[in-house]
Design a protein around this ligand. Structure first.
Ligand code: SF4
Length: 328
């Protein structure tokens, strides 16, 4: 559990990202991919919010928007109370120190021509964080923090195993002492035996530095292991948001229930109804009317096809977007 009174680091409200589609003739806009549509959530200091959903749900786009790798179509992203969607490039550079990223594929995200030590030192040099020898000392300490030997500073990324490369990615993300790390599928490219080690490392670092994580993953077991709260996304929208225990014990949204019913259960005491999801996730270019899940929902009613259900509180700190769920 995290401290409910902890300071809010990240507050996202009404976030939208629609990628325009242009026709081949006259290059006119003919539609839009509604990748993220009216998404709101917050993350407190020292907390992990898991963002879970199938491929195409928009969860990675949310991560890119928060990091300002892409601009939102609408909405606000407040970091420590400041709206970064309005920050100029100078201010954004300062704010970037506070948010770092750990990528899915550590190999693709590490410069193969730089030594491991130079990779971790790079952000420190970019921000003028001390003399060359001070930076070298900090890099050594970072290597030890993430479970790498300082002698490995002279090696190149291809000389590391997958798990060690991800430790290197974590060391680089930590270098500027951020408050929030956006981790996009950080263990899905790793062997299962190595996944737990990297997850435990992230949890230890969170304890030590009071870090907040936005942890993006399609893997429910991984999300259950690391998250304090979980947001479930479907076709660009959050459909359920609550604490980890409630979500895995008593999911309310039919989509969450379907996802959980398809996932293996470690605890034999936990019984879940089997709910098979029919078909694939529809295209975000032309999402279904009303409830976006209505084309696959076994409980669909006429209202679901015409009216969009809003994300409403069904209990304290538990929100669900479904017409069949009673509000608090
Ligand atoms: Fe299913 Fe209707 Fe609820 Fe959507 S609103 S999840 S279609 S019951």
């Amino acid at each position: 559990m995290t401290d409910a009174d902890a300071r809010t680091i990240l507050e996202v409200s009404g976030l939208r990202k629609h990628f325009p589609i242009y026709g081949t003739l006259l290059k006119r806009k003919v539609g839009a991919v509604q990748a993220v549509d009216d998404v709101s959530f917050h993350i407190r200091q020292g907390e992990t919010l898991g963002l879970v959903g199938e491929s195409g749900s928009g969860k990675s786009t949310v991560g890119k928007l928060i990091l300002r790798l892409i601009d939102p179509t609408a909405g606000e992203i407040h970091i420590n109370g400041e709206d970064v969607t309005r920050a100029g490039s100078g201010r954004m550079r300062a704010l970037r120190r506070d948010i770092q990223m750990v990528f899915q594929d550590p190999y693709a995200s590490l410069n193969p021509r730089l030594s491991a030590g130079s990779i971790v030192a790079e952000p420190l040099h970019n921000y003028g964080e001390g003399s060359a020898s001070e930076i070298e000392d900090r890099v050594k300490r970072l290597f030890l923090k993430v479970g790498l030997r300082p002698e490995a500073m002279a090696k190149y990324p291809h000389e590391f195993s997958g798990g060690q490369r991800q430790r290197l990615g974590v060391a680089r993300a930590l270098a500027l002492e951020p408050e929030l790390i956006v981790a996009d599928e950080p263990v899905s490219a790793l062997d299962v035996s190595v996944q737990a080690q990297v997850l435990n490392l992230l949890m230890d670092l969170q304890q030590e530095f009071n870090l907040a994580y936005l942890f993006i993953s399609h893997d429910l077991a991984v999300v259950e292991h690391i998250s304090h709260r979980v947001a479930v996304m479907y076709l660009g929208k959050i459909v359920e948001l609550t604490d980890r225990e409630t979500l895995f014990r008593d999911p309310q949204h039919p989509y969450t229930r379907a996802l959980l019913s398809a996932a293996p259960v470690a605890d034999p005491q936990v019984k879940r109804d089997r709910m098979i999801l029919k078909g694939d996730i529809p295209s975000p270019i032309n999402p279904p009317s009303g409830c976006r899940f209505h084309t696959r929902c076994p409980f669909v009613e006429e209202l679901c096809r015409v009216e969009e259900p809003l994300l409403r509180d069904v209990a304290a700190e538990h929100s669900v977007a479904c017409h069949l769920t009673d509000s608090a």
